[in-house]
Design a protein around this ligand. Structure first.
Ligand code: CO8
Length: 265
């Protein structure tokens, strides 16, 4: 598959049945990786292709050292009108693809993650930030509001007060604040960003794939359900794990004091 607005590669040699990591690099450097329709289409296709590839365990999405992404492409959308966008879902039809991905997706964020860029990062399961990263929702400054989760995922991540501050005043936060506020899970020096992302992905890849996918599903459920429903769902998934070879192998290996050999494709 040839893409124009993203680059893809596989990371890891896949030796001894080790799962590999799929890397997707947003690649419109002249536009600070502004997210146009083509880029979002390609991102969705690449995500689904890696998700369907049995040799891939995790996906890393990144940009470049200046920009993860500076938001939706303002030049591309400036002349849109409501009737056209509503009818065709132009600009929104391809922003939800990430939700269909069942394997973990890690955002490795260097530079700016603004507007739709911050929203794409928040769609991922884990955000690792370079120490030069900046997060913001500047839509208010160009006469619109966030449109891909900024008003929904941000308050869930950092709470209403801070989310309101960012969305209403165009307050940007740096990597350290983002970590302290709970938006990102790790901050590393910029030149170590990809090493860290691949280390985290490699660690996840070493575990049983079914339990990894089930764990992702269960955590995401916490944002979609009541506590009682979520706890019920988690318990059912926990029970279901006892139908897997990986559960038998994982527990046997622990008791036999040896590394587990989880199922591989
Ligand atoms: N769209 C289009 N082009 C952009 C964007 C963008 N979002 N951001 C930067 N660029 C372009 C600039 O126009 C410029 O192009 P050129 O060289 O041709 O003039 C080039 O990238 C470099 O940008 P700057 O010269 O401005 O570089 P600076 O280092 O001075 O500033 C910034 C970098 C801070 C990133 C600045 O460019 C900026 O503020 N960008 C806009 C940020 C913004 O407002 N983002 C929000 C956009 S709206 C949005 O994301 C809504 C998402 C909703 C999705 C809904 C889907 C359903």
């Amino acid at each position: 598959m040839t893409y124009e607005c993203i680059l893809t590669e596989r990371h890891g040699d896949g030796a001894n049945g080790m799962l590999q990591t799929g890397l997707i690099r947003l690649n419109r450097p002249k536009q600070m990786n502004a997210l146009n329709d083509q880029l979002m289409d390609e991102l969705g296709q690449a995500l689904l292709a890696f998700d369907a590839d049995a040799t891939i365990g995790c996906i890393v999405v990144t940009g470049n050292e200046k920009a993860f992404a500076a938001g939706a492409d303002i030049a591309a959308m400036k002349d849109y009108d409501f009737q056209h966008t509503f009818r065709t879902e132009y600009i929104s039809r391809n922003w939800e693809t990430m939700r269909r991905v069942r394997k973990p997706v890690i955002a490795a964020v260097g530079g700016v993650a603004l507007g739709g860029g911050c929203e794409v990062a928040m769609m991922c399961d884990i955000i690792i930030a370079a120490d030069n990263a900046k997060f913001g929702q500047p839509e208010i400054t160009i006469g619109v509001v966030p449109g891909a989760g900024g008003t929904q995922r941000l308050p869930r991540a950092i709470g209403k007060a801070k989310a309101m501050d960012m969305v209403l005043t165009n307050r940007w936060i740096n990597a350290q604040q983002a970590e302290a506020w709970g938006l990102v899970s790790r901050v590393v020096p910029a030149d170590k960003l990809m090493d860290e992302a691949f280390t985290v992905a490699g660690q996840i890849n070493s575990f049983g794939q079914i339990s990894v996918m089930a764990a992702k599903e269960a955590v995401n459920r916490a944002f979609e359900s009541s506590l009682a429903d979520g706890l019920w769902y988690e318990r059912r998934l926990f029970h279901a794990m006892f139908g897997t070879d990986d559960q038998r192998e994982g527990m046997a290996a622990f008791l036999e004091k040896r590394p587990p050999k989880f199922q591989r494709p």
